[in-house]
Design a binder for this molecule. Structure first.
Ligand SMILES: [Zn+2]
Ligand SMILES: [Zn+2]
Length: 387
């Protein structure tokens, strides 16, 4: 099963669709034009059901196989949103919307999954049901979470789910994947330290919030150095220190700290969340102040299930013959993680060749990737639901 011939034949159509999305980028949940076009195309391909407005602007297509007696249901997911970037590619189908750009290749992801949907609806060479999932708001906003919370998995009985992202720096059509954590969790915290402000020449009449905050900053570094297994990855960074004093002789009443936490493991993430609160409030109390901690979880760790990852790598191997099955994890975050928390599955990278990196104004998705990615999506449905 190399690149599917039928999908290769579709390349001119799929590239035109991709370039149309590229010229009309939309942000976060406001992907109305893109979602409407996706839904129209899915209907024109003969999908058995097309649902819109799932998780605000998500689109779902249902494709039954020639047989469905296996009861198997496989979800395939792509993201549709662009980024707030001024495009500098110079291509003739560049963004028509100043300040918005498909700089992460989600135009390509959408085109590849549309190609797989068209192929699967034409051939139906599987025993079960393929669900194609087009989500909004991957670049902040948590569109994946909204679709899961809207009942995506239960409504269509999805049993496994698969996602893909293009990757500059990997040759076109080569794949990379790993079992276990492949993308990090990204959390934020904010600590508000309250003491007693006053004249800096009378520290004994004050509770010095700057000194308390300094102790908290230092003590937070014991989370990584003393609390977490040295063989596990964790980042705890305090990035903002703000006081309500701008004078050289006023002890501030309040100091606010803001920072970020990156982890690759839910147990470590739980531990860090608990310790940030304990260290901040305990240190403040020990020094006569008080601290209020808010900890906001962002996208969770993206975790590939071992069995599903092995199948994903096998299909990728069959498509291109080039798969790295043990690629290093990345400290970026990805909201396909919410779908992988709801169902087992896997997330794979497909090479975009020697292009600018994603989120760069010179980045562009390479249409030559489309047959590889679309064949992988389609191959996952066929191989997980053999007819
Ligand atoms: Zn991105
Ligand atoms: Zn992306």
């Amino acid at each position: 099963m190399p690149v599917k011939n039928r999908i290769a034949d579709m390349l001119p159509d799929l590239a035109a669709i991709r370039q149309d999305f590229h010229a009309h980028p939309e942000l976060r949940f406001d992907v109305h034009r893109t979602a409407a076009r996706v839904a129209d195309l899915l209907r024109s391909f003969g999908c058995d059901e097309v649902a819109t407005g799932i998780g605000r602007t998500g689109v779902v297509g249902v494709i039954h196989g020639q047989r469905t007696g296996s009861g198997r249901v496989i979800g395939l997911r792509a993201d549709m949103d662009a980024l707030p970037i001024f495009e500098q590619t110079g291509v003739d189908y560049a963004s028509t919307v100043p300040g918005k750009m498909h700089a992460c290749g989600h135009d390509g992801h959408t085109a590849m999954l549309l190609g797989a949907a068209r192929y699967l609806a034409e051939t139906r060479n599987f025993d079960g049901t393929a669900i194609v999932i087009f989500q909004p708001a991957e670049e902040g906003g948590g569109g994946g979470r909204e679709m899961v919370e809207a009942g995506l998995m239960d409504r269509w009985g999805i049993q496994e789910v698969y996602g893909m992202h293009n990757m500059p720096g990997i040759p076109v059509g080569h794949f990379a994947i790993r079992a276990g954590a492949i993308m990090a969790a990204a959390d934020q915290f904010e600590i508000t330290v309250t003491g007693k402000g006053g004249h800096a020449a009378k520290p004994h009449d004050c509770i010095d919030t700057t000194l308390v905050a300094a102790h908290i900053i230092v003590a937070l570094q014991t989370i990584a150095s003393r609390g977490v297994d040295p063989l596990k990855q964790v980042v705890v960074s305090v990035c903002t220190v703000a006081t309500d004093s701008t004078a050289h002789n006023v002890i501030p009443q309040v100091v606010r700290l803001k920072g970020t936490v990156r982890t690759m493991d839910v147990a470590v993430q739980d531990y860090v969340e608990r310790r940030v609160a304990e260290i901040a409030s305990g240190t403040a109390v020990a020094l006569g102040a008080s601290a209020v901690v808010s900890y906001m979880r962002g996208y969770p760790v993206t975790v590939n299930a071992a069995d599903n990852t092995a199948h994903a790598a096998q299909v990728a191997q069959a498509v291109s013959g080039q798969v790295n099955p043990d690629t290093p994890p990345l400290m970026g975050a990805e909201d396909f993680s919410f779908m992988l928390m709801a169902r087992p599955g896997a997330y794979i990278f497909v090479g975009n060749g020697d292009t600018a990196d994603v989120h760069n104004p010179a980045y562009n998705f390479d249409d030559a990737v489309i047959p590889f990615g679309a064949s992988w999506y389609a191959g996952m449905a066929e191989s997980r639901m053999p007819g």
